[in-house]
Design a protein around this ligand. Structure first.
Ligand SMILES: Cc1cc2nc3c(=O)[nH]c(=O)nc-3n(C[C@H](O)[C@H](O)[C@H](O)COP(=O)(O)O)c2cc1C
Length: 354
């Protein structure tokens, strides 16, 4: 049997195979509310036999949205539609997960298919961004306000309240978005965070915000699994490094995080990134070699054999797929066929095997 279609046991969950839907913003919400688009978009992956789906970056406060079209979970009213989504996913024997996020200085943007530019706070659909420090992402962005210590506490509480609502909505995986230059990553990176208090400077200070979120979130979890996505490097001189990522992963392991999902980059505009098939896998592999945590690899993984080779070489435990699932929402069924595996399909689809 292939490793890609072997199950993985976590504390309270069994992933039926190693294919996870990587979070993908759809910019299709209004005031944070999910719509039928999200139900169909996420539902098709569940009918396609992936093990788990991590829903797109879902903002814990309104000003934490990348765009005005992002999903949000800052109010109880958001829960009802999300419940419909998780119920459908679970009915397909798939595990629903949610990525809880705050975009920090990269918030208040236009939808990417319009311009992707930041919208100034005094413009329609724009707002004042916040960050660890006042350094903007783009030189011509309206600079963020540096969070006060009191505001940091409130943001941590917003992650906690969002977790409570996520559980009410039926999610079984809570993934904290610590990657791609969003707020948690902004604290990690010395290129973005120049605070002089206990949230800036040393490694211990720069990871404090994430650790305090984890401390706030852990007690409200019942059976849910806590995952963290990080960018394992800033791809920039003087930025967050792979060595720091390994050290952080070791701490997360102690803190009861069950999976680390390893991406890279997105922190600074001047990053020098080299992309290509498996381009982030070496980062996942380094973290895997230095922890006992299950590790997810992501980035330009497009076929069953490619994913299988990553697992066979012991470079990761889980394979996160984003864009290939936009091209082929039933990628897991395709990958099984490529690897000569027989996997159960939804009974409604069985005749497609003929
Ligand atoms: C449309 C789109 C939206 C995305 N939104 C998110 C997101 O909400 N959170 C996140 O962590 N990554 C997001 N990403 C990054 C993907 O999860 C993934 O890490 C990246 O696309 C590389 O994987 P791939 O080569 O399989 O696409 C997004 C990617 C795409 C294409």
């Amino acid at each position: 049997m292939s490793l890609l279609f072997s199950s993985l046991r976590l504390k309270n969950h069994t992933l039926k195979n190693r294919i996870i839907v990587s979070p993908m913003c759809q910019y299709s919400a209004t005031d944070g509310f999910a719509t039928d688009w999200h139900l169909v978009h996420l539902g098709q992956f569940a009918t396609g036999q992936v093990a788990a789906i991590i829903q797109e970056a879902t903002a814990v406060v309104p000003e934490g949205r990348i765009t005005y079209g992002d999903l949000g979970i800052w109010s109880d009213e958001h829960i009802e539609k999300l419940q419909q989504i998780t119920k459908f996913i679970k009915a397909q024997n798939c595990i629903p997960g949610i990525q809880l996020a705050h975009a920090g200085r990269k918030a208040s943007c236009e939808k990417p298919w319009i311009t992707r530019d930041q919208i100034a706070p005094n413009q329609h659909n724009g707002w004042q961004t916040v960050a660890p420090s006042t350094i903007p992402f783009n030189d011509n962005d309206h600079p963020p306000l540096a969070l006060t210590k009191e505001e940091i506490k409130q943001t941590i509480d917003a992650f906690k309240q969002a977790t409570v609502r996520s559980i009410q909505a039926g999610y079984e995986i809570i993934e904290l978005h610590g990657a791609h230059g969003y707020l948690i990553h902004q604290f990690f990176s010395p290129l973005i965070n120049n605070r002089t208090d206990e949230y800036g400077g040393s490694f211990a200070n720069r990871i404090r915000f994430l650790l305090e979120i984890i401390e706030a979130v852990q007690p409200v979890l019942t059976t849910q699994s806590l995952w963290v996505r990080i960018s394992a490097t800033d791809w920039a001189e003087g930025g967050w490094t792979l060595e720091e990522s390994v050290a952080l992963a070791q701490i997360l392991q102690e803190k009861g995080v069950e999976v680390i999902d390893v991406s890279t980059g997105g922190g600074v505009r001047h990053q020098k990134i080299t992309t290509g098939p498996n381009y982030q896998v070496p980062y996942a592999a380094q973290i895997k070699a230095n922890t006992t945590l299950p590790v997810g690899a992501v980035g330009e993984i497009k076929t069953g054999p490619q994913a299988e080779a990553i697992l066979q070489q012991n470079e990761a435990d889980l394979i996160f797929i984003a864009r290939e699932l936009l091209r082929d929402p039933h990628f897991a069924m395709t990958a099984a066929q490529q690897l000569g595996e027989e996997i159960p399909w939804a009974p409604q689809y069985e005749r497609g095997k003929e």
